[in-house]
Design a protein around this ligand. Structure first.
Ligand SMILES: N[C@@H](CCC(=O)N[C@@H](CS)C(=O)NCC(=O)O)C(=O)O
Length: 271
């Protein structure tokens, strides 16, 4: 039976899961949930993902939400090739890398999207938030470079959990011209990771959704912004994202979004 993955090609969390499935040669059907971003969670997407977030995985009777829990399931269910390293300490290390990328690092890219793509701030405030994001990204790249050290991969001598947990976010930064400095080991790692078929497949799905910066993509983005203005599309200001916006100086962005009803928090759960 084919595995179903509720997916959005631009979601770094969904990309982590698709890379893991591809590395293990597990066939899956990717489904874009209806009304993602509306705050409404219809049908079988709701059963698999009560928070209304992608990714969510269905494997027969098994329904799982949250990318980290899905990765653990995939590793248990299809152990070969192993994506986790062998020792307890090395496993804890890659899980910590995953945790900081999913929380602290993701919030920076997400905040940048709020400003650059969704026009939440203009003028001085936009510039201040963008500068703050650039400075934070540079510091994370220093941290990541130290974690990588002289190794080829964050997971050690082969591509694994530590790498699939980082690459979607580094590529996200590159989309805002904040990729690793060319000539650095982190940049070389990014190129190595992007050359893997599993990562290249996730990247090409993301590129077709963003349509490579074409006119059609710009028109699509304008339509999404118009929906945002009308409150039909609401961005989810959950946990680290909300914290990032407030601590980086964007409290007014949050207040304006609440006023205009085009930001939301995690849905009431259980309903
Ligand atoms: N902790 C979750 C986070 C997943 C998440 O935030 N997904 C976003 C897309 S990047 C989402 O589906 N948001 C739904 C929405 O904005 O309506 C995970 O690791 O899977």
């Amino acid at each position: 039976m084919t595995v179903t993955l509720f997916d959005h090609p631009l979601s770094p969390y969904a990309q982590k899961v698709k890379i893991a499935l591809a590395e293990k040669d597990v066939p899956f059907e990717a489904r874009l949930p209806e009304a993602l971003g509306s705050g409404q969670v219809p049908g079988d997407f709701q059963l698999a993902s009560p928070r209304g977030e992608v990714p969510a995985l269905i494997d027969g009777e098994v329904k799982i939400f949250d990318s980290s829990i899905i990765l653990e399931y995939i590793e248990d269910r299809w152990p070969e090739p192993a994506l986790l390293p062998e020792s307890a300490a090395a496993r804890a290390r890659v899980r910590m890398i995953e945790e900081v990328m999913d929380t602290h690092y993701e919030a920076i890219n997400w905040g940048l999207a709020e400003i650059v793509h969704f026009g939440r701030a203009e003028g001085e405030l936009a510039a201040a938030l963008r500068n703050r994001a650039a400075e934070q990204t540079r510091r994370w790249h220093t941290w990541l470079s130290a974690e990588l050290g002289d190794a080829d991969w964050f997971s050690g001598d082969r591509f694994g959990w530590g790498d699939l947990a980082v690459i979607p976010y580094i590529n996200g930064s590159a989309g805002f011209d904040l990729g690793p400095e060319p000539g650095t080991p982190l940049h070389a790692w990014q190129q190595r990771a992007n050359a893997r078929p599993s990562v290249a497949a996730a990247n090409s799905a993301a590129a077709s959704m963003a349509m490579g910066g074409t006119e059609a993509a710009r028109a699509g983005m304008q339509a999404v912004r118009a929906m945002l203005e009308r409150g039909e599309f609401k961005r989810e200001y959950r946990d680290h994202r909300l914290e990032w916006m407030i601590k980086s100086g964007g409290l007014d962005v949050v207040l304006a979004g609440l006023e205009r009803d085009n930001i939301r928090f995690t849905p009431e759960f259980p309903a």
